[in-house]
Design a protein around this ligand. Structure first.
Ligand code: IPE
Ligand code: IPE
Ligand code: MG
Length: 246
């Protein structure tokens, strides 16, 4: 099987790393600080991680920053997170562009305030032609919601005779997802101890290797990143096939 979606082998640098950035709240709580402080330090970890991804030579880095379900958090916390997102986009766009990073956002952007939508669009437009790291921000993102949206579009296109039912296959569905054109993640890292997906990239993680770290996201370092990649390198990826013993 060789397709646009097939991830790279379990050796060397993964092409696509996805990270569930978790543990900001606990980081703050353990220091007697408000959760907002954990998110602020979490944003600094994002900056470091993007930098490290470039140095390591990763082609795609997807960061789960805010889930569809996170909208159910207290108003105050959502306000803090939106403020940080605004600040991050305003302060980082130029720097990301200078570093040849291409920015892409996946998720339901219609739920954000207008100025944030405008900032995201500006960042995507400005960096669209860049050829370095592709930074994918998953914001207001849910894997199930993404699949539902894809099904709706597929049904619509079949209804309009743009698509024949027999043309619907794995490649076709891939093209209807927010991640169209992006290879599936080779490695998924989740920080802060929980071992679950929390509605992240449900379709795309089919053959991804998972590494769970106890490190809380604000403490995540380039060293942790390299450690996770080294664990990935020890894995034997078989994709359901039988590998001959050597
Ligand atoms: C991750 O940290 C950031 C977001 C989900 C926005 P959390 O806010 O989930 O922190 P914990 O997991 O409660 O410690
Ligand atoms: C997952 O973290 C979402 C993001 C990291 C953006 P959560 O903290 O929301 O996940 P649960 O609630 O522990 O499953
Ligand atoms: Mg959490």
């Amino acid at each position: 099987m060789q397709s646009a979606m097939k991830p790279s082998g379990g050796e060397g640098t993964p092409v696509h790393v996805a990270i569930i950035m978790n543990g900001n709240g606990r980081w703050a709580k353990s220091r007697g600080m408000p959760r907002a402080m954990g998110h602020k330090r979490g944003a600094e970890a994002v900056r470091r991680t993007v930098e490290a991804a470039g140095e390591i030579g990763i082609s795609y880095l997807t960061l789960f920053g805010f889930s569809s379900e996170n909208w159910s958090r207290p108003k105050q916390e959502i306000g803090d997170l939106m403020g940080l997102l605004r600040l991050y986009l305003r302060s980082e766009i130029a720097e990301l562009h200078r570093k040849n990073v291409r920015l892409r956002m996946i998720g339901d952007r219609s739920r954000f305030e207008r100025d944030i939508i405008a900032l995201i669009e500006e960042a995507e437009r400005m960096t669209a032609e860049n050829s370095g790291l592709t930074l994918v921000l998953a914001l207001s993102y849910g894997g199930r919601q993404e699949i539902v949206a894809a099904i709706r579009s597929i049904v619509q296109d079949v209804g309009n005779s743009k698509l024949l039912p027999e043309e619907i296959d794995v490649e076709c569905v891939h093209g209807y997802l927010h991640t169209a054109g992006i290879p599936d993640p080779d490695l998924l890292i989740r920080t802060s101890g929980e071992q679950r997906i929390s509605n992240f990239l449900l379709w795309q993680l089919a053959y991804t290797e998972f590494v769970f770290l106890d490190t809380l996201w604000p403490d995540f370092s380039a060293n942790d990143f390299r450690r996770a990649i080294s664990e990935f390198n020890d894995r034997d990826r078989r994709y359901g096939a039988v590998v001959a013993p050597n």
